[in-house]
Design a protein around this ligand. Structure first.
Ligand SMILES: [Zn+2]
Length: 367
């Protein structure tokens, strides 16, 4: 048995909640984070049928891709399926957790990488990197402790840039301070200005690691009051953002490519723009509704873009220079259940997860 918060923290290490889009509601939606649970049911949508399945299978935690609640609920009368799901979950002490756009927006171990894996696409980048998720920590450290402080910051996760870690900049300078009577200075005496050689240390920190990096700083820094600045940057991060692009293991003719994705993703139908005569090599991918990324996919030089929920007029935006494929919303995200299982079993090998057998796709096709 594990506490719900321990289980979901494993998912949040891969997909921090702060990476979710503003309209989203990822996180624990129903349930007590301190409750002990024995097994979890993994699904795409926590519908009423899925709650029934969880009851039948003795799962007191449901981990879903789509949040059951997006907006505030004002009544609990059972007048729509959202209210009924929440009421049934509470009545049966079943917790519901959603891991949605925060998992869409990570390259490593995210929804789009999973689709890429199914297609043998090797991801090379994010289509629209997310701004505002990196901060710079500037801290002033006495010269003799600067290496220890730097090491502590690195250990807590600071200093990653692309394929490099332990990245920092330091410069020497003179620091001054004057302690008052109540102070407990590391060096110097009350009422007298102290002048010491300090290192100005700069490291990058992703926003979701800020509190852990700051705790490490407080542990390692010798001063009672630590002079430091957090600077919010506009820099993007190459591994976080919407959609991905990459290359096929071998280029395919457009028609072969369409058959390949229909088979690989087990699709009943596939909608696409008129076939361009060129070979498909670079492929852009966005699980779920991704028409907002058509221009980004064109800019990335994609020969094809796989996504879903494309409206009639958006198909024109491919300008016939890119094969735009609508594979279906559920179909593009159905492998997310495997993703949940992989992430959890790696860190919690003794915790049981069960794949939901309920098909929650609200769309069917007459072939
Ligand atoms: Zn979706």
């Amino acid at each position: 048995m594990l506490r719900i918060r321990e289980i979901v923290s494993v998912l949040e290490q891969v997909a921090p909640l702060c990476l979710q889009e503003s309209y989203d509601n990822s996180g624990l939606i129903v349930g007590d984070p301190e409750k002990l649970v024995g097994k979890a049911l993994l699904c795409i949508d926590s519908t009423e049928a899925v709650i029934d399945e969880a009851i039948a299978k003795g799962c007191s935690l449901i981990i879903a891709h789509h949040p059951i609640v997006f907006d505030g609920l004002k009544q609990f009368t059972g007048s729509n399926y959202v209210q009924r799901v929440v009421m049934k979950a509470i009545r049966n002490e079943i917790a519901i957790y959603a891991c949605h756009t925060n998992l869409d927006n990570v390259l490593r171990g995210g929804v789009n990488q999973k689709i890429a894996q199914k297609l043998g696409v090797l991801p090379t980048g994010v289509l629209r990197p997310m701004p505002g998720i990196i901060e710079k920590l500037v801290v002033y450290v006495p010269i003799e402790q600067s290496e220890a402080v730097k090491n502590a910051l690195f250990l807590a996760g600071a200093g990653h840039i692309g394929n490099y870690d332990e990245c920092a900049f330091s410069g020497l300078g003179d620091g001054s301070f004057r302690p008052n009577e109540e102070a407990h200075p590391y060096t110097g005496i009350a009422g007298r200005r102290e002048l010491i050689q300090e290192v100005r240390l700069e490291v990058l920190v992703p926003v979701w690691l800020k509190s852990q990096v700051f705790s490490a700083l407080k542990q390692a820094h010798p001063f009672e009051e630590i002079a430091h600045d957090w600077l919010r940057l506009q820099n993007t991060h190459s591994e976080f953002g919407s959609g991905i692009f990459g290359t096929l293991s071998q280029p395919l003719d457009s028609e072969d490519f369409l058959r390949f994705i229909k088979d690989s993703l087990e699709l009943k139908v596939l909608k696409f723009t008129p076939i361009a005569s060129k070979k498909i090599n670079t492929v852009a991918i966005c699980g779920g509704a991704g028409s907002f990324l058509i221009s980004d996919a064109l800019r990335a030089g994609a020969d094809a873009f796989l996504t879903s929920d494309i409206k009639y007029h958006a198909f024109f935006d491919a300008e016939q220079s890119m094969l735009l494929c609508d594979v279906g919303h559920y179909e593009s995200e159905k492998y997310t259940i495997e993703l949940f299982s992989t992430i959890l079993s790696e860190k919690l090998p003794n915790f049981a997860t069960i794949f939901s057998e309920t098909n929650t796709n609200p769309i069917d096709y007459l072939i």
